[in-house]
Ligand binder design. Structure first.
Ligand code: AMP
Length: 223
């Protein structure tokens, strides 16, 4: 099963993808995580990408596509994965379709669009906290840790992302509408687009997705 998660920032894509990875061993591939890792390592790609990320704009296609496709090179031809935050432009989608086909890899089965109101996005991202050690995502009121500012799983410190500031969030939302929404038509034309509400609590979003994937026989009823 190969999925693409679409939808504005804060719609729950990363958290639902992490659950899929945890429970069904569907590999979670997040372009944002790959880029943040490149920034942390301080390599040239990371340094160049960082200026765009801080501004809330898209990192140029050739940088991101190269990075994500390099990660996909190590993936077995039929291994299940979910791409979270990639593709974000039609060019990226075309490049990944071509790369998968060119390497004899199974194609993307479905693109899931997480729909959410802008007001909810701002509330979620302003309260989002990430474990600096293991990457788990919390929210100060929706998914609070047991001990304030520390991860339940590994005890690592929790921090807000630097681009989760109100003015950058609004920029990222505008960029999403302008540059990523056209992708919906791309996947709709391929008959692969499905819609999920991002407004519900994460567990409900996950269960709704499971029902959808079972109905489409991408996940077995036992799964
Ligand atoms: P995310 O973690 O998905 O919210 O991504 C954080 C930031 O990384 C975005 O605001 C962009 O600057 C950059 N980014 C992540 N994925 C992509 C992508 N597929 N194309 C361009 N920029 C990206």
């Amino acid at each position: 099963m190969r999925l693409v998660f679409l939808g504005p920032p804060g719609a729950g894509k990363g958290t639902v993808a992490a659950l899929l990875d945890d429970r069904l061993r569907v590999m979670h591939l997040s372009s944002g995580d790959m880029l943040r890792e490149a920034v942390r390592r301080g390599d040239p790609l990371g340094q160049e990408a960082n200026q765009y990320m801080k501004a809330g704009t898209l990192v140029p296609d050739q940088l991101v596509t190269g990075l994500v496709l390099r990660h996909l090179e190590g993936v077995e031809p039929r291994e299940s994965f979910v791409l979270d935050g990639f593709p974000r432009t039609v060019e990226q989608a075309q490049a990944s379709d071509e790369a998968l086909a060119g390497r004899g890899q199974a194609p993307i089965d479905r693109a899931i669009n997480f729909e959410i109101a802008p007001k909810t996005v701002v509330e979620r991202l302003v309260g989002r906290r990430i474990c600096q050690r293991c990457g788990i995502i919390y929210h100060v009121t929706r998914i609070p840790p047991r001990r304030a500012s520390f991860c339940d799983r590994c005890g690592g410190p929790l921090k807000a992302r630097t681009d989760d500031k109100p003015e950058t969030i609004l920029k990222r939302l505008a960029v999403y509408h302008e540059q990523t929404e056209p992708l919906l038509a791309f996947y709709r034309a391929q008959g692969k687009l499905r819609v999920l509400s991002g407004e519900y609590p994460i567990q409900e979003q996950y269960e709704t997705l499971m029902d959808l994937l079972k109905k489409e026989q991408l996940v077995s009823d036992a799964g």
